[in-house]
Design a binder for this molecule. Structure first.
Ligand SMILES: Cc1cc2nc3c(=O)[nH]c(=O)nc-3n(C[C@H](O)[C@H](O)[C@H](O)COP(=O)(O)OP(=O)(O)OC[C@H]3O[C@@H](n4cnc5c(N)ncnc54)[C@H](O)[C@@H]3O)c2cc1C
Length: 401
């Protein structure tokens, strides 16, 4: 039976909800290291293929290389991506890796993802649908699907990510409702085609995405105004590298209070930051007059030709507005997770995020990864490294009967 037609009597070992970076890495690890048989695992995701969200988000930004080092990837062995590329020496001068830290190119990373997916036959395990409800019984989890069918598994992994909640400021919603040309670069179904955009574009946001999108537009000949609540914050990574290992994580693990952990995560994250190399490119574009950086918040906006964005002390005119404002900070999962918490009294911190055990178990049959595992995995939870850390912990959990 194919993944498209679940057998209603079949009890799977694992149902993974979410086929992004986290869900697919966990699937590969469960099959490759966890002794799970392919026919006992399904990945539920509404995208046309696994990793669809990753592909569209990275394509829209125009980023050429990842921000993370080459040991952060979907494969099992830490050096699998480097070996896949033929080794560091063979790759020298090819653009496959970029300084500093030998960050892999987006194309190399994508080719390696495709290799991992095909090695474990993951596309065949993809059930293209949305999980709309979860019923936890004493011996199984029923995952209700959007098409009215259900999958039954011994355990479910929630690998939901944040991508379904791009952050839209109120003024931008109103501008959009008024018919103006406003898009969020991570909106589902939005493809950024710089050649289709007018000459003057306002990019809203002050982090790596805003800078990447601005540079993409400048290269296509646009004049870009970046509106950011702060001046450029220059950091290589989105948190201090000490959070990738025991240096900072020891302190985090020793902090038991979830609110104190949330405070540590907030402090650790370099939110809205730009790596030095990209910052240099942006500065050069600003120097040439192709881009400007405005520190401020849009108070309100008027649609028209051009649209007018009112900041507290001046007005910006633009023919199109692109939001690079990231994702909502609220807990992902919407009603699926809200109802699960309510029906099973699952523990949450005051920030609304799950309080889980060391093995990322929220309930004997429910595991989490990504943002939902943040209070246990720490500041790197949302990143590729977070998926690898989550896999180590989930694989070491004792199976429920
Ligand atoms: C442009 C960009 C570049 C990044 N670059 C890096 C980098 O270089 N290095 C790094 O470490 N990190 C990077 N990140 C951060 C992080 O690794 C990515 O955001 C990654 O895609 C997160 O993966 P995920 O699986 O948690 O979430 P997502 O990619 O959001 O995937 C979650 C999936 O779950 C699905 N889903 C949600 N709800 C349901 C439901 N009810 N039923 C079924 N499916 C559902 C969604 O549709 C989605 O397909 C980057 C992020 C972005 C946006």
């Amino acid at each position: 039976m194919s993944a498209a037609e679940p057998d209603p009597h079949e009890v799977l070992e694992w149902v993974i909800v979410g086929g992004g970076i986290h869900g697919t890495h966990l699937a590969a690890r469960l099959l490759g290291e966890g002794g799970v048989a392919p026919e006992a695992l399904r990945i539920v995701d509404p995208g046309p293929e696994l990793l669809h969200v990753w592909r569209t988000c990275t394509t829209n930004t125009g980023m050429r290389h990842l921000r993370s080092p080459p040991v952060h990837h979907l494969g099992l062995e830490p050096f699998a991506l480097l070996h896949f590329a033929g080794g560091r020496r063979a790759a020298r001068g090819t653009g496959l890796f970029a300084r500093p830290y030998n960050r892999p190119s987006v194309d190399l990373f994508a080719a390696h993802c495709a290799d991992v997916l095909s090695r474990y036959g993951l596309p065949d395990l993809h059930r293209r649908d949305r999980a709309v409800g979860l019923d936890l019984n004493c011996d199984a989890v029923r995952v209700r699907l959007g098409d009215g069918h259900e999958l039954v598994g011994r355990r479910v992994l929630l690998a939901l990510g944040a991508a379904e909640q791009p952050r839209w400021p109120n003024w931008a919603r109103e501008l959009h409702t008024a018919g103006a040309r406003v898009h969020h670069v991570f909106d589902s179904g939005f493809t950024l085609e710089p050649d289709d955009l007018p000459e003057r574009v306002a990019v809203i946001g002050g982090g790596i995405t805003a800078a990447q999108v601005a540079m993409r537009l400048v290269k296509a000949g646009a004049r870009v105004d970046i509106v950011s609540p702060h001046a450029p914050r220059v950091h290589e990574f989105d948190s201090d590298p000490g959070w990738m290992g025991p240096k900072h994580m020891r302190r985090f693990a020793a902090t038991r209070d979830p609110d104190a952990r949330r405070a540590l995560i907030t402090q650790a994250r370099h939110r809205g930051s730009i790596p030095p190399r990209l910052h240099r490119a942006l500065r050069a574009a600003m120097h040439r007059g192709d881009a400007s950086w405005h520190v401020g918040q849009t108070q309100h906006a008027e649609p028209g030709a051009p649209h007018r964005l009112h900041l507290h002390d001046h007005v910006i005119e633009a023919d199109a507005v692109l939001l690079a404002t990231g994702f909502e900070a609220r807990r992902p999962g919407g009603t699926l997770v809200d109802e699960l918490i309510e029906s099973h009294a699952l523990p949450c911190a005051s920030c609304g995020y799950p309080v889980v055990d060391h093995h990322l178990r929220w309930h004997p049959r429910v595991f989490v990864t990504g943002p939902l595992a943040e209070l246990e995995v720490g500041p790197v939870a949302r990143n590729i490294l977070g998926a690898r850390r989550a896999a180590e912990r989930i694989l070491s959990a004792r199976a429920p009967t």
